[in-house]
Design a protein around this ligand. Structure first.
Ligand code: ADP
Ligand code: TPW
Ligand code: MG
Length: 580
């Protein structure tokens, strides 16, 4: 007979427990996160199911990159970190692109990826989807964390949220190994371990002497200019920014995603006189905009300098939350470090009642240039060539956006981007979302989905045919969730144009696609509305109907394949173009 000790029946009831899955869900909910953009699979399938069962909205994509872009732009639109959830190694890598994108664009986002067993990964023993994800994420993330114990989930999520939204926002990676989800701890201890983050993006008040320095410079200016960037749009200080522009009477230039912060039709908007105001201004105040390639680094011909290393003599004021941004390209004479809301209200307060408008000769000159350029553009837009070109198609889009200023507006491509940006006016803040700091293709459908979900508004997407291809399969996702998205493909049969020829014959040129491709059928395949539009009238009718019906719609707008230019507006960055 055995000598086993007699079994004593336990008199204590088992304390209730909570597992890692639930702690993650509870921690997100506790912090006001209500939507997850992701793609299920081992080890996070149950996390997506249980999150949905617990009332979170879980939007499931066809490729993680698109889920990630959606999360990144959700962060931009809401000031809350957008959450992207992926499986390990390949899913993680697919999502990584968007994490880098979020960091580069200063959007708050958290990429949460399941991962393999630490012990096996570190000994490189070949686990299922083995990869040292934390190390790989770190260089492209603003911060990266891993949680190994269930009782640390609360801290892990709190740190991720703070890192994403505080200071200059960015992308954060959170590594959650498979084993963590199955760990259970006592429910009471679990609940206590969660953290509701207090004041995740604290205001950063600018120093009074820095405010004074900026105002002194602005006051002395004879030809002042304000440049509004997407940081200004992100900051949601719309009324104060408008007050600053109007009180100072200074012409302003919106960067692409700051269009609509004030209506593009505002009398002080200098977009149509860009190539006049940049070299012409003597004092430039940057608000949430970096002097990167998109502003020709603050020097060279664009700014009135002679060669590309020469600066045109402007003085700069830079309002930015990052203390390291100033002097990154040219000297900043008056850095104003703080959050844009606090900085702009401090500037307004410091200006006092009797602020003098800029000299009339500057305002008149800007106005004159602008009026001439607008008139020239109006002439071009009024033409109705056959086949349809970018201008005649975008003339329609311009009218539709004017009639529907609340609609979200997504835009990517080369010519399809550049022409749209300059032709289609925006009227409201944070409506235009596009290729951003890197000028990347592929954000399109992810942005459409997040824009529809986060705003509840109709979404209009103007897509190059190449650009659309990067995320095109997500039209199924759009149909699945029945989102009010109207995609217009500017179909010119290829990248930049459809007319390149392979001098050796055989394969078509690398920039050329199948001629007259019927993209609209892709939408029809999933139950949405597809339209083939060869004229502006057909395009107008289809767009109006899409907005009215709120049904997923894809309009294949057939554009003259000769109409585009190489690289759109950035031809000068093409090495062969430079040599010429
Ligand atoms: P754009 O591409 O429109 O020129 P950038 O992305 O280059 O804009 O610049 C955005 C800038 O805005 C970044 O330098 C970032 O630090 C800054 N920024 C973002 N959010 C805020 C904020 N809330 N307050 C102040 N600056 C901000
Ligand atoms: C992730 C390079 C810049 S623009 C573009 C590519 C491939 C497509 C332009 O063709 P499209 O527009 O969209 O048809 P249009 O109107 O001029 O014909 N890979 C990534 N990002 C970028 N920017 C590229 C490649 C590129
Ligand atoms: Mg094209």
């Amino acid at each position: 007979m055995g000598t086993a000790e007699p079994q004593v029946a336990s008199t204590q009831a088992q304390a209730p427990t909570i597992d890692g899955f639930q702690l993650v869900i509870d921690a997100l909910k506790l912090n006001g996160i209500d939507t997850i953009y992701g793609l299920p699979g081992i080890p996070i399938t149950d996390l997506t199911r249980r999150a949905q069962a617990d009332g979170l909205r879980v939007l499931s994509f066809r490729h993680e990159q698109n889920a990630g872009y959606a999360a990144s732009i959700a962060g931009f639109l809401t000031q809350k970190p957008g959450i992207c959830l992926t499986v390990s190694a390949p899913g993680f890598l697919n999502g990584l692109n968007s994490l880098a994108h979020a960091t580069v664009n200063c959007f708050p986002m958290i990429l949460i990826s399941g991962s393999s067993e630490r012990e096996i990964v570190d000994l490189q023993q070949g686990d299922y989807e083995e990869m040292d994800q934390l190390a790989i994420a770190r260089p492209v993330a603003k911060a990266a964390f891993r949680v190994l114990h269930a009782e640390d989930i609360g801290v892990g999520i709190a740190r991720a949220i703070r890192a994403a939204v505080s200071g200059r926002p960015g992308g954060v990676y959170l590594d959650l190994p498979a084993k963590l989800f199955a760990q259970s701890i006592e429910a009471e201890a679990g609940a206590k371990s969660l953290i509701r983050v207090v004041d995740p993006a604290p205001r950063q008040i600018p120093a009074p002497d820095a405010v004074k320095r900026a105002l002194d410079l602005l006051k002395a200016a004879k030809k002042p200019l304000i440049i509004l960037g997407k940081g200004a749009a992100y900051a949601q200080a719309d009324a104060d920014i408008r007050a600053l522009v109007e009180k100072t009477g200074i012409p302003y230039l919106p960067m692409s995603m700051a269009k609509g912060l004030l209506p593009d039709t505002h009398e002080l908007c200098a977009s149509a006189a860009r190539s006049f105001v940049l070299p012409g201004a003597d004092v430039v105040m940057l608000i949430g905009a970096r002097l990167n390639w998109l502003l020709s680094h603050g020097k060279g011909k664009t700014w009135g300098g002679k060669g590309h290393k020469d600066w045109g003599g402007q003085k700069f004021i830079q309002v930015d939350i990052s203390p390291q941004e100033a002097d990154s390209n040219v000297r900043i004479d008056a850095p104003l470090v703080g959050d844009i809301g606090s900085c702009v209200s401090a500037l307004l307060a410091g200006m006092g009642p009797g602020w003098a408008k800029p000299p009339a000769d500057w305002l008149d000159a800007v106005h004159g240039k602008k009026t001439a350029n607008v008139a020239r553009m109006a002439e071009t837009l009024a033409k109705n060539p056959s086949p349809m070109n970018f201008h005649s198609a975008l003339n329609v889009v311009r009218d539709i956006v004017k009639a529907n200023p609340e609609a979200m507006f997504v835009n990517e491509g080369a010519n399809a981007l550049d022409f749209t940006r300059s032709i289609v006016d925006m009227y409201k803040p944070r409506k235009r979302i596009d290729v951003g700091t890197w000028g990347i293709m592929g954000v399109g459908m992810g942005y459409c989905i997040a824009a529809a979900v986060e705003s509840g508004q109709e979404v209009i997407a103007i897509e190059g045919d190449s650009a659309f291809g990067f995320s095109g399969m997500e039209v199924e996702t759009i149909c699945r969730y029945n989102l009010p998205v109207c995609i217009v493909i500017m179909n010119n049969n290829g990248v930049y144009k459809g007319t390149d020829v392979n001098p050796r014959g055989g394969d078509v040129a690398p920039t050329v696609f199948v001629k007259d491709a019927r993209y609209e059928k892709l939408m029809e395949a999933f139950g949405g509305v597809g339209v083939y539009a060869k004229t502006p009238a057909e395009l107008r009718k289809a767009m109006e109907e899409a907005i009215r019906s709120r049904r997923p719609t894809l309009i294949n707008a057939v554009i003259d394949e000769t109409a585009g230019t190489e690289s759109g507006r950035i031809t000068s960055l093409n090495p062969t173009a430079k040599k010429k």
